[in-house]
Design a protein around this ligand. Structure first.
Ligand SMILES: [Mg+2]
Length: 166
């Protein structure tokens, strides 16, 4: 089912670079806001920088696929982290994912998509044939729409968690 994530984890830091490499992952595609960083942060945290370095040490590229419409936010953040990005990705459409695969030189089965939203990150990644990891949003912010959306996502989080063989 295309709305069910392959895996459900608390955060990106539960993805172990060594284990990913052993599983044949060559690129981690990631949502930006509330997945790699809270909305309010303009610069990558030390923890995120360290995780990116650990991925690279295993030969894995980190690459952002974002729907962000703020013109400089995504490219500035990714430049500071030293990674590539596709913005205005149009998730859950597959165009942004195809572009990310092209830029990282990966086939869909060599990539992993990690994000905090079912109806963009997971749905789009699944449609693009990429294994998907759903994480918890890093911060709730003041937007009540986010809480409503999180409620609507609950069955799919649950289905992803209850999948066998994880
Ligand atoms: Mg997000």
């Amino acid at each position: 089912m295309s709305l069910v994530p392959t895996r459900v984890l608390e955060s990106i830091y539960d993805l172990d670079p060594q284990a990913l490499a052993a599983a044949g992952v060559k690129a981690v595609l990631a949502d930006l806001d509330n997945t790699l960083t809270p909305y309010e942060e303009a610069l990558p945290s030390p923890a995120l920088r360290a995780w990116k370095e650990a991925l690279e040490a295993q030969g894995i590229a980190l690459f952002v696929v974002s729907n962000s419409r703020k013109s400089r936010r995504c490219p500035d953040f990714c430049a500071a982290l030293g990674i590539g990005c596709v913005r205005h990705a149009g998730k859950p459409g597959t165009k942004g994912f195809r572009e990310a695969l092209k830029q990282t030189g990966c086939r869909p089965e060599e990539a992993l998509m990690v994000g905090d939203q079912i109806f963009t990150d997971v749905w789009g990644g699944n449609r693009a044939g990429i294994a998907t990891v759903l994480v918890k949003p890093m911060a709730w912010g003041k937007n009540p729409g986010r809480i409503l959306r999180y409620a609507a996502e609950t069955p799919f989080r649950w289905l992803g968690r209850s999948k066998p063989g994880r």
